[in-house]
Design a protein around this ligand. Structure first.
Ligand SMILES: *Cc1c(COP(=O)(O)O)cnc(C)c1O
Length: 347
């Protein structure tokens, strides 16, 4: 089995990083109370409070779809709506789970360059209609870093915060790659979350190096009322929760969460630089975190696929996404780049 050619398809094609695994093994000594009443869960929760410099409510879920859907459902009544970018994961990759979990809250799609919502786009959706027949806007959902690998700057976040306050909207952040954003922006987790108006953050552990597990962090504690029941009802209350919380603690306590994210970002930067020097390759979006989106000639894409390289091509014709993760190696990037060069040279 070749287990190397698929590594650029997604950051969740990676395995478990050593720190997460070590803590998982530590948590496997003997027995512990179930359903989150264990000391690993307590310690991980307290660590998040320290990391974010605020007393927040923390919950754990198995995956990002559940984290996003349940947290959005907690912010919305069924007659409300969620403003998000047309490329957002909640719109394109969650099989309607946000609408399902909220009993029908509608997603309102906005466009915006580089995968980002703007204050203007949000405002035009909010003010378009104010009558009883339109689902009432209640939440803005932003993804940091975005689905196309870009970042909302602090200024962009603050302008969204301003529009949210003006129209009494809550802010949900899909942090599938929150760690990559923190690493790339050199800002504190607090600065790019609650200090920028985020009410609830879905912080992904899976893509950062865990086997599985997301933290749902309510900075606005009032919104977390009965959220534990919502998780349980949705089948997201892990009975052996320590096997989600202990690896989280491993990532946080050892600093691996940032180290992993920095490494992934640096790998993407390295790949970007190599690709920029190849004639016939064009970047599709600014490379700001751990994703590289490039336009390659169609014949080259076919040759790479035939060689076994795996990557997504869902963004437009000729567009290829290469993701880096904690376990991406320079050697493998060099091999990919060489294959890209020779594929383009063939015709
Ligand atoms: C990976 C990802 C998620 C989570 O997906 P799951 O497969 O449900 O864990 C959420 N949002 C974004 C932007 C993602 O890339």
């Amino acid at each position: 089995m070749n287990n190397q050619l698929e590594q650029f398809a997604s950051d969740n094609n990676s395995g478990i990083c050593p720190e997460a695994l070590e803590y998982m093994l530590k948590a496997n000594q003997g027995s512990a109370p179930a359903y989150g009443n264990d000391e690993w869960t307590q310690k991980a929760t307290d660590y998040f409070r320290e990391l974010f410099e605020i007393d927040c409510e923390v919950f754990f879920a198995f995956n990002g779809t559940a984290a996003n859907s349940l947290s959005l459902a907690a912010l919305c009544q069924s007659y409300h709506s969620v403003i998000c970018h047309e490329t957002s994961h909640i719109e394109t990759d969650e099989c309607g789970a946000p609408e399902f979990a909220s009993n029908g809250s509608k997603l309102l799609l906005a466009q915006g360059e580089n995968g980002k919502l703007t204050a203007e786009a949000i405002e035009s959706l909010v003010t378009k209609r104010t009558d009883i027949h339109y689902p009432k806007p209640k939440v803005i959902s932003i993804t940091q870093s975005t689905e196309v690998g870009t970042l909302y700057s602090i200024d962009e976040l603050l302008s969204i915060k301003e529009i949210a306050s003006k129209h009494n909207l809550k802010i949900h952040m899909d942090g599938a790659r929150f760690a990559n954003a923190v690493a790339a922006m050199n800002k504190s987790p607090a600065e790019i979350s609650w200090k920028s108006g985020v009410d609830v953050l879905c912080f992904c552990g899976t893509k950062n190096g865990m086997a599985l597990g997301e933290a749902i962090i309510f900075f606005n504690k009032g919104l977390a009322e009965d959220f534990d029941y919502r998780c349980k009802q949705a089948g997201q209350l892990a009975s052996k929760m320590r096997f989600i919380s202990a690896p989280w603690l491993g990532l946080l306590e050892t600093g691996a969460w940032l180290k992993n994210a920095r490494h992934a970002n640096q790998c993407a930067e390295y790949l970007e630089n190599k690709l920029l020097s190849i004639d016939g390759v064009e970047m599709m979006f600014p490379r700001e975190a751990n994703a590289v989106f490039a336009k390659l000639p169609e014949h080259a894409i076919q040759i790479l696929k035939a060689k076994g390289w795996q990557f997504y091509t869902f963004i437009g014709v000729g567009g290829v996404r290469f993701m880096s993760s904690w376990n991406t190696t320079q050697l493998r990037i060099d091999e990919l780049v060489n294959d890209i060069k020779s594929a383009i040279a063939e015709s």
